[in-house]
Write a new protein. Sequence first.
Length: 147
Amino acid sequence: MTYHGTNSYIIDTPDGRFIIDPGPAEDSTHFGAIIENLGAKPSGILLTHHHSDHFGVVPALRARTDAPVYASRAFPDDAFRPDRFLEDGQVIAGLTVLHTPGHASDHLCFARPDGVLFTGDHVMSWNSSIVSPLTETCTTTARSYSG
């Protein structure tokens, strides 16, 4: 975890080892821990959204590991191009991709089949998250629980 709650998750899946939201570029201790625990050949980097506290270290991590970067098709950063774009409902690494715009236009959540949901900044322990447009976000969230 970095800052007040940017959580990075290294997950083992049938498709290999992935990291969700590697974090900010400014935290070299966090980056070192990721490198130490990610393994020799990670299968991919999954991003919930483009904000620097989730995405900042991605260029360095991709350069170091050659892991492909997966992000929303709505990813708005013209200075960085993900390797693959994700769509709502797609499955990657055993996780269902949920496009949940609101906190950011490109925000994604990743749902495990057992009901665990990696929420990025839709749920923050230290602050509230702006969620707009609420109708689309509620529809996507409800769909994730209906299986």
